[in-house]
Design a binder for this molecule. Structure first.
Ligand code: DGL
Length: 273
């Protein structure tokens, strides 16, 4: 069976990943699904994030996707491994679900000079310790400091990322991180919503510190994956289209997604269960 690449996120954040992937590989068809009605995931339990993510993956499979990218760190941290190990063999072992944490971590080695890394992410991603564990596997000498930012996703989901109110929450979290380890020279945005806050983040980060959104690394890694797995690549249809699905009111999704992607978006509503 052939079909589009499925891209899933709890809400709008995955659009920052989709934009980079489509920029690099515009020839493929894409099916984006945002579970906006149940976002944010970052403060939810392991069980719920797993249940919701599995529902989304099943739906994207039902709609013909041979490959689904969890363009959400929270879902990648909490649900990816369980879905790959427990569900995929029984649903369809020829399909694939990939996350975005490993590709991001792999890129870190070339970016940091001091080996001191700061991670900002949702409370769920931070509590899972997935970034620390993955970094320790690839770069055992790196010093990692993590900071959970529970308010950042709501600021983005509610289009408040440009507002003066956002400054307070961004300054507070970046301040905590740099206070904890002043040698940090690289801050990784471990949540796909955070690139929307980049201008605010850069205001409060010392000028020698690099701030790294993940989209570019995820897109490059997916391209390499498809070059290595030609059997999968041949199952992806090439009509250069993108269709958008949301579990919320589509008119809300269209308005925000159009701002995030800087192009008109027309979404359809679906119900996940
Ligand atoms: N965008 C998601 C991530 O990368 C999470 C947002 C949420 O909390 O729903 O972690």
């Amino acid at each position: 069976m052939t079909g589009p690449i499925g891209i899933f996120d709890s809400g709008y954040g995955g659009l920052t990943i989709l934009r980079q992937i489509r920029g690099l590989m515009p020839e493929y068809d894409y099916l984006y699904l945002g579970d906006n009605a149940r976002a944010p995931y970052g403060t939810r339990s392991f069980e719920l994030v797993y249940e919701f993510t599995l529902q989304a993956v099943r739906r994207l499979f039902d709609m013909g996707c041979p490959l689904v990218i969890l363009a959400c760190n929270t879902a990648s941290a909490k649900a990816l491994r369980s879905i790959q190990q427990n569900n995929l063999p029984e649903i369809d072992p020829t399909r694939r679900v990939l996350g975005i944490i490993r590709p991001t971590v792999e890129a870190l080695g070339e970016i940091s000079h001091t080996g001191h890394i700061g991670i900002v992410a949702t409370p769920g991603t931070i509590r899972s310790h997935t970034y620390e564990l993955e970094i320790a596997k690839s770069y055992p000498d790196m010093q990692v400091t993590s900071e959970a930012c529970p308010m950042w996703v709501p600021l983005v989901e509610n289009q408040e990322f440009d507002s003066p109110g956002a400054d307070y929450f961004v300054q507070k979290r970046i301040g905590n991180l740099m206070h904890h380890d002043p040698e940090i020279d690289t801050i990784l945005l471990g949540c796909t919503h955070y690139p929307l806050l980049l201008d605010k983040i850069l205001k409060y980060v010392p000028s020698n510190v690099k701030v790294i959104p993940q989209g570019e690394y995820v897109a490059n890694s997916l391209q390499q994956y498809l070059l290595r797995h030609t059997d999968m690549e041949q199952r992806i249809t090439q009509g250069a289209t993108c269709r958008y699905l949301t579990t919320e009111d589509p008119s809300m999704f269209n308005e925000s997604a159009t701002i995030f992607l800087r192009q008109p978006v027309t979404a359809e509503r679906i119900i996940l269960d």
